[in-house]
Every structure is written in structure tokens, then in C-alpha cells.
Design a protein around this ligand. Structure first.
Ligand code: AMP
Length: 142
């Protein structure tokens, strides 16, 4: 079987992100793959006129700082170097797929569920990534 060369762990910074990253890292070690870690910050809500409902600049930079700190804690636990950690702004499903296409990812690892709850058999992000991904997708059962 062909080895994976580049594995992407996409995490939402919930406590389950650890399980997703640890599974991705284990696979990366087995296959000798490059490992990337991605968190997406979604755009702030706007009203019907397209006006931000919250003061955008300060909130966005606060969200970014918090995400950076949480991602650092997560990545440090498994010794993932800073250049392999990525935070992007945008729509989660689209950004995960964009990242995979842009950086030649051949396996995306996500959690079966995240902060959007356990109502569905497969959470909305995992489902959307599965349908749009250019490569294999592993949904770690949460
Ligand atoms: P959910 O759609 O909220 O049930 O999330 C399922 C999984 O999608 C999570 O366990 C993560 O692996 C991934 N995911 C959700 N939100 C994000 C995000 N903002 N950035 C990166 N990955 C995410």
C-alpha cells in the first residue's frame, strides 16, 4: 500500500482535538509522513446589511490570540514544530479542503464530531470534508 506523504489534522480546539492530533501523529510516524495542524477561525456574524454585529478588529485579534495559544498547547504536547501549525480565517470546510489541495495533503484527519454537537451520525464538518476532499479522510470517532 502507498504510504501517506502529508497528513493534515484539522482541530476545532475542543478537548477532543487532542485525540484527532494524536491519531494523526501516530499515522505520520508509522508512514514517515509530514504532519500539519490546522485550525480555522470562522468570520464574524454580519447583519442583513453586511455590517458586523460585533466590533470586528478587536474581537478578531482576540480570537486569533486565543486560537494561537490553544494550538500551541496542543502542538507542544506532541512536539509539533511551529512551522507545521496553521491558523487561517474563513469557512472551516472550505479552508480544510483548500489547504489539502494547496499543500498536497493525502490524508485529512478530523473528529467525527466537534463543537457542533452529537446530533448527527457524522458531524457537519466531517461530512462536508468527506464529500469535498481531494484525498482520503479519516474521521476519528469522538
Ligand atoms: P463538527 O462539525 O463541529 O462536529 O466538527 C467535527 C470535526 O471537524 C472536529 O472534530 C475537527 O476535527 C473539525 N473541525 C471543526 N471545526 C473546525 C475548525 N474551526 N478548524 C479546524 N477543524 C475543525
Amino acid at each position: 500500500m502507498r504510504a501517506y506523504r502529508h497528513i493534515l489534522a484539522a482541530v476545532d480546539l475542543s478537548p477532543e482535538g487532542r485525540e484527532v492530533l494524536e491519531r494523526a501523529q501516530d499515522l505520520a510516524q508509522r508512514y514517515g509522513s509530514m504532519l500539519s495542524l490546522l485550525h480555522v477561525i470562522e468570520p464574524l456574524p454580519v447583519d442583513a446589511a453586511g455590517e458586523a454585529l460585533l466590533p470586528p478588529m478587536s474581537i478578531e485579534s482576540e480570537l486569533h490570540d486565543t486560537a494561537e495559544q490553544k494550538l500551541r498547547e496542543l502542538a507542544d504536547r506532541v512536539g509539533l514544530e511551529p512551522s507545521r501549525r496553521h491558523i487561517v480565517m474563513g469557512y472551516t470546510k472550505r479552508e480544510i479542503i483548500n489547504f489539502a489541495e494547496q499543500y498536497g495533503v493525502d490524508l485529512i484527519v478530523v473528529g467525527s464530531h466537534g463543537r457542533h454537537g452529537l446530533a448527527l451520525l457524522l458531524g457537519s464538518t466531517a461530512n462536508a470534508v468527506l464529500h469535498g476532499a481531494p484525498c482520503d479522510v479519516l474521521a476519528v470517532r469522538i
